[in-house]
Design a protein around this ligand. Structure first.
Ligand code: ATP
Ligand code: MG
Length: 410
């Protein structure tokens, strides 16, 4: 992509209303634009990042046997009445049509996936079943804040599974927890697995995946040496106590942002919708159900909170919109065009700042955008190309072929 043609270019100034790093940098660099509090457009740049996060989690969900679907966001009122959530879920948006008919906007999809699964689960041979989607959610959050960390319209990967026995559920639950940890690592995050209560519909333990960041909204106690972490709201342990898991260190208090969670839903929803199957003895039984949420858009914001500096974003290579940005200084347009075309031929995701602008402002834009590698072509460097990693101060002068080789190996 040539920056001169890019629809959303980096802005000179950050937005005035930004309360967090992700809001400030994502808007200023041109990854998102705010429509109103908690509602954002993802620009072509932002969508590239979001797609990489989506694909990372998609790969892991497919690996554990999840099958991808896309469910509607407009729901009939009756499904929400059936589960009691029409009146009890405070964030549910209620809609009335001009004919007086009422609908809900999907804030989660148990009310849709359970009747959907009821259609296809008839016998024990149809179990286990895991369906997932990557889709937008609508929530009437009291305070939509912190950029894309808390939206009123946000994206989630949500998976729902159905099992014949508690043992089979427990096996799958563990597989998904492991898959989550791998996927967080692949997008450049370390997520702590936090024990939490299962919400209002079950007394079972659920797990939240927390990333330590001051922009988060959860108070947690965590062990600095092992992965032990609990939400302070329900915690029996306190700050300064020895870690109950490893015993080596004293627990610290911190702020976390919940990037995902997994719940044992038991038989709440299958009973509400009378979803039964016939077991091997010909008896009618309710399956055990689980749900597994992952905030894809929140994940994007949390990555920016974790990896940025005073100059801008620092994307992990795996989810950067482009792997490399070419900065051509005046008089180097022809050489830059050749390099740009060669890199595209080698399938390198390359951005070229071909604008007629000062070197200083081009360097600032490259840093703000957070592209992992920067290549500078200038008359002073002759035929060699200056390579700089976003994370380093040092630069290297490399031959043309060396640059091609290095990038095509990425
Ligand atoms: P929170 O406690 O942050 O409100 P939640 O318990 O309501 O989260 P779930 O309903 O289980 O979350 O949603 C699954 C995931 O979706 C969360 O772990 C989080 O990553 C993401 N998420 C939830 N609410 C929002 C929101 N308003 N904006 C962006 N992401 C969200
Ligand atoms: Mg919530």
């Amino acid at each position: 992509m040539k920056m001169s043609q890019m629809a959303f270019k980096p802005l000179k100034n950050p937005p005035a209303n930004a309360d967090t790093i992700n809001h400030k940098l994502l808007v200023q660099a041109g990854y998102v634009r705010q429509l109103m509090a908690g509602v954002y457009t993802y620009t072509p740049l932002g969508l590239k990042v979001l797609n990489k996060i989506r694909n990372t989690i998609r790969k892991e969900m497919n690996k554990v046997g999840g099958q991808e679907v896309l469910m509607p966001s407009l729901h009939p009122k009756q499904n929400w009445v059936t589960t009691g959530s029409w009146d009890s879920v405070d964030v549910l948006f209620h809609l009335e049509s001009r004919t007086g008919k009422e609908y809900a906007l999907g804030q989660s999809h148990e009310e849709v996936v359970t009747p959907l699964a009821k259609d296809i689960i008839k016998s024990y041979k149809d179990l286990p079943l895991a369906l997932y989607q990557i889709n937008w959610k609508f929530r009437d959050e009291l305070r939509a804040k912190s950029g894309i960390l808390r939206g009123r319209e946000f994206e989630m990967k949500d998976m729902y599974s159905f099992h014949e026995t508690q043992e089979d559920f427990d096996r799958f639950y563990q597989e998904v927890k492991d898959a989550y940890i791998r996927a967080y690592r692949d997008v450049g995050l370390t997520a702590k697995v936090t024990e939490a209560s299962g919400g209002n519909f079950t007394d079972k333990i659920s797990y939240e995946f927390m990333v330590l960041t001051d922009a988060g909204e959860d108070d947690i106690f965590y062990c600095p040496s092992c992965e032990f972490c609990v939400n302070s709201e329900i915690s029996k342990v306190k700050e300064g106590e020895n870690c109950p898991k490893c015993g080596d260190e004293k627990l610290k208090a911190g702020r976390g942002s919940e990037v995902g969670n997994v719940f044992d839903l038991g038989q709440k929803y299958v009973k509400d919708f009378k979803l039964t199957y016939t077991n091997a003895n010909g008896e009618n039984k309710y399956p055990i159900m689980g749900c597994y949420g992952w905030g894809t858009t929140r994940t994007m914001g949390v990555i920016v909170e974790k990896t940025s500096d005073e100059k801008g974003i620092i994307w992990p290579v795996a989810i950067a919109p482009y792997q490399v940005v070419i900065v051509s200084l005046r008089g180097m347009e022809e050489q830059a065009e050749r390099l740009y075309n060669d890199l595209k031929d080698h399938n390198v995701e390359v951005l070229w700042d071909d604008r007629d602008d000062s070197p200083g402002s081009k360097f600032a834009a490259a840093d703000l955008l957070g592209i992992p590698a920067r290549l500078v072509l200038s008359e002073r460097n002759g035929d060699t190309i200056e390579w700089k990693n976003r994370t380093d101060d040092a630069t290297e002068l490399l031959d043309y072929d060396k640059v091609l080789m290095r990038l095509s190996q990425l």
